[in-house]
Design a protein around this ligand. Structure first.
Ligand SMILES: NC(=O)C1=CN([C@@H]2O[C@H](COP(=O)(O)OP(=O)(O)OC[C@H]3O[C@@H](n4cnc5c(N)ncnc54)[C@H](OP(=O)(O)O)[C@@H]3O)[C@@H](O)[C@H]2O)C=CC1
Ligand SMILES: O=C(O)[C@@H]1CCC=N1
Length: 263
């Protein structure tokens, strides 16, 4: 792709996306420009050969696609600051877990997640401001290079944040805990962690590739009076389903709160 990509805010998610775009051949490192109020973050970006610049305005001048990757409460400040420098050639992508009033700006809101680093992001987007289908196509091409992207109504973006934006953290907690269980049962830590992660990967692939209901796939594993139902019974006693539902719902509510802070 011949687009130059800019990041305002060079934190964790910006770094994950920048590294992913380079790894997947979306652009070269020297086509990525980034700035941050924290000097160390610019040095991190310099370390993988992207171009740190000194101001948000300079990012806008240097790039065609501008990612706003600051915390939600700073998005409106950043947009106000860069708006005078924006031209019609610019597509602005806000990845913040919060609203961005994009009047007069080609603004696309995207909620990505960190597995973009391995080409497996689960992202969703909606159009704001004066963004049109050409902006949607551009953003779709960027994100399809690093995983999957779905279009949703703007009012659902907080729910996306609660599920897939924050979701990698829930899965990492789960993998760590499964590995702990293996260690508790006598497995060496490294093997336990590999087995736990590969089990999550394989199970996710089965859901996506067979299209079967996860309950039906669970039933395939669960022999009568066997080991699995003993384990599943423990999960149900601990309220694991409610815990996951509550985690997604609580994170969604927090995304709504953060959206109000940024407005
Ligand atoms: N981390 C994740 O997995 C995901 C994050 N997001 C969203 O991405 C955004 C960034 O998150 P994350 O990368 O985790 O956060 P980070 O805190 O790691 O990165 C944000 C960076 O932007 C800097 N910053 C703040 N204000 C400005 C400014 N005016 N100009 C330039 N830089 C600025 C911050 O500095 P300082 O710390 O001093 O404020 C910080 O270094 C958030 O809105 C979040 O909702 C979305 C999906 C997933
Ligand atoms: O924790 C957060 O607020 C951000 C948004 C989604 C993932 N990380």
């Amino acid at each position: 792709m011949d687009k130059r990509i800019g990041f305002i805010g060079a934190g964790q998610m910006a770094e994950a996306l920048a590294r992913a775009f380079i790894a997947q051949g979306v652009c070269r490192a020297d086509q990525i420009f980034a700035t941050d109020v924290v000097g160390e973050r610019k040095e991190v970006f310099r370390s993988f050969n992207t171009k740190p610049v000194d101001s948000n305005a300079e990012v806008v001048k240097s790039a065609d696609v501008i990612f706003i990757a600051v915390k939600p409460q700073y998005v409106s400040v950043v947009l106000r600051e860069v708006r005078p420098h924006l031209e019609d050639r610019h597509t602005v992508v806000s990845i913040a877990a919060g609203d961005a009033a994009g009047d007069g700006v080609r603004l696309v809101r995207v909620m990505p997640n960190t597995p973009c680093l391995v080409g497996e992001t689960a992202a969703a987007m909606c159009l704001g401001g004066k963004a049109d289908d050409s902006d949607a196509d551009l953003v779709r091409r960027l994100f399809e290079a690093v995983g999957k992207i779905y279009r949703v109504d703007e009012k659902l973006l907080s729910a996306v944040t609660g599920l897939s934006g924050s979701g990698p953290a829930y899965v990492f907690v789960m993998i760590e805990a499964l590995a702990d269980g293996g260690v508790r049962a006598g497995l060496p830590r490294d093997i336990a962690q590999q087995l736990a992660a590969q089990t999550v990967l394989g199970s996710a692939k089965m859901v996506l590739e067979t299209g079967k209901h996860p309950g039906a796939l669970k039933d395939m594993v669960t022999s009568p009076a066997g080991t699995t139902i003993a384990g599943v019974h423990e999960l149900e006693k601990a309220g694991v389903r409610a815990a996951f539902i509550n985690a997604v719902y609580s994170a969604t509510q927090r995304a709504d709160e953060l959206a109000k802070l940024g407005a």
